[in-house]
Ligand binder design. Sequence first.
Ligand code: DC
Length: 225
Amino acid sequence: MSVNIAIDGPAGAGKSTVAKNTARALGCIYVDTGAMYRAMALYLLRQGIDPSDTPGIEEACESVDITIDHEEGVQKVLLNGEDVSSLIRTEEVGKMASVSSANGRVREKLTALQKKLAREKDVVMDGRDIGTVVLPDAQVKLYLTADAHVRAERRFKELVERGETPDIGELERDIIERDHRDMTREISPLKRADDAILIDSSALSIDETTERITEIIREKTGLWK
Ligand code: DC
C-alpha cells in the first residue's frame, strides 16, 4: 500500500513549500492539488468562460485535459499537453480557481486524478479537501494554518521579491475573502478533518514548520527513521 500524507489549510499558510520540502525529505512525490484547480481556471479564463456560467464550466470539463508530470520530484501541470506551471501563479488565476473550484463537475474530475496518483505512489498531497474527501484514509493528516495578517505579509514579501508593488491591505482582504469562499462552499469546503493535527505556522519559519511536520510523519508512520 502506498504512503499517503494529507496537508490541508487556507491560502498562504505555507502548505506548498512545506509539503514540497517534506516530500523531498521523505522521498515521496509532492502533489499540489491547487495547481490542478489553477490549470482548470486558466483554461476557463482563456476560453472567456464566466465563473457564473455553470453549463459552460461543465462543458469545459469534457474538453480539457489536465495531467501531472514529475521531473526530479518537482511537479509540472500540463493543460492539454502545455506546461502551464508558471502561468498559473497569478492572483487572477488564483481568484478564478477559488470560484470555479466550487463547481461539482470540476471537483469530480480533479479528485479522480488525485486519488489515482495517491494509489500509485507515495505522496505528500496538499489542498483544501485532501484529509476530508480525497484521501480520507491517509496515514497522516495535517491542517496547516496561520493568522490572516501573517499570511498577507508573506505574500507581500513574495510579490516584492518578484518586482511587484502590492498593497498589503488589499492582499489581506483578498486572503480573508478567499478563506471565506473556500470554507463556505457547498461541496468539499475547506475544513479540518476530525483526525487532522493542527499546526499554526504564524510564529514559525518554513524550516521549523517542515521539521515539525516531518517529525510528526516519522512518529505516526514509523517510517523514515
Ligand atoms: O492552494 P492554491 O491557492 O493554489 O489553490 C487555488 C484554489 O483552488 C483555492 O482557492 C481553492 C481551490 N482548491 C480546492 O478547492 N481544493 C483543493 N484541494 C485545492 C485547491
